[in-house]
Write a protein that binds this ligand. Sequence first.
Ligand code: HEM
Length: 475
Amino acid sequence: MASSGSSNLPTKEVPGSYGLPVLGAQKDNLDFLHLQGEVEFFKSRVAKYNSTVFKVNFIPGNPAFPDPRGIALLDQSSFPVLLDSSKVDKTNVFTGSYKASDDFTGGYRVLSYLDTTDPKHATLKNFAFEVLKRNGRKFLPEFQSAFHAAFDAAESELSSGKNKADMAPLLNQLAFQFLAKSIVNVDPLTTKLADQGPTHLLRWIGIQFAPVAPGNSTPLPGFAEDVVIRTAPLPFLLVKADYDKLCEFFQLATEMLDMGEKEFGLSREEAVHQLLFLVGMNSWFGFSARVLPNLLYRVGTLGAEFQKRLGDEIRAAIDVSDPAGSFYGALEKMPLLKSTVLEVFRFDPPVLYQYGRPREDMVVESHDAKFVIKKGQLLGGSQALVCRDPKVFEEPDQLIPDRFVGKEELQANVFWSNGRNTKSPTADDKQCAGKNFVETIARFYLVQLFARYKTFELSEDSTLNTPFLKSFARN
Ligand code: HEM
């Protein structure tokens, strides 16, 4: 039997209950989605069972979907077992027990659903690495130009009399423009797609992952929302027209598709679908829905004094007239920038859940006890709790931008990428293929922000995912 440790902790039964058949899952889902919310749901059960490992019904808990019964791993001792490819099987658990139909991806199984033991996993992961490597020199300049287009648009909204600029659509466009221009090597605005790339992607992703969307993802009241999006999988047909338009655009990625065919043995058709999921879902969604708005929101809420401090560090390190050209050489001179990005990733992990199934019966250790867990059991971690584990992070619920300055060792405890932050992804693990790239772009985004602005302010109705720019002071 595999073990996640070798301590003398007591062995305990996994606490908790799945409740009555069907009703138990629906009760947990109701709490999770509507009554308690994603964080309180887990926190309240940690308190109730006095344990960070317990039984729970994950979403979607409806008979039309596979069995949602699983075990939550919510501390820094038990959670890392989910990152260990030798211990857990990640077949089809990208979004837990629910797996979107392959219809959404042209009939192909995309990388995110493949376990490391699937021979195609390494092929597709190496393809992903090459996509990033081959376009390496384009990313920063393209990001820079898309960044200025987005913030020029925000400023002109403000100067035309609006009291706030809605940044979400502008960041959606920013992310799509820089990724598409770098990877597809074509400006979407000059094609039939025009500025509709993000709209098509949002619909395709929204319908595909609707059953695992957070509560209040639609304007419908809770009960109606559950009926519409969580009763059964939604059909691809609803977004076929959107997906076809996206495919047409990705067919223009000649260089990447040639590489997929010639160097990785993919059919041209499969290369299009794999590339579209990689760029449209893994990359674009991560940036547009999480990384870019979250950083803007958190740095906005940290206020003018902090912004001046971070801006001074950045402007002293880079050439403000050429951020893209001077960025890499300046990185080591910007410890506060690096720490701030990582602290925002810790505070608001962009992807909250990780799942896996033990390859064999095994022992998992929390901080307090050992648990025997059966082969095949669905295990799930919530990063929202793991990245705020009070046994590892002091004042875990405070956003402390300096937290990681001079504290290299603490960085290993941030897991946003499905791997420790001190580790880089490989073809043999399930860590995000874009982990280092994402960190680079996140840092470069703040560099751009403070090369342009001394300070900025968001309006009070801003949220993590939808920041509104209210005012700014240009450098
Ligand atoms: C922008 C923000 C991004 C975030 C927050 C993010 C996060 C993640 C996470 C948490 C996983 C693991 C999912 C799981 O539990 O299995 C993952 C997987 C993956 N990500 Fe990212 N990602 C981002 C961007 C990117 C980019 C830019 C790429 C481009 C190469 C990328 C490529 C992948 C791939 C290929 C996988 C699957 C890895 C595998 O199956 O071995 N991601 N990502």
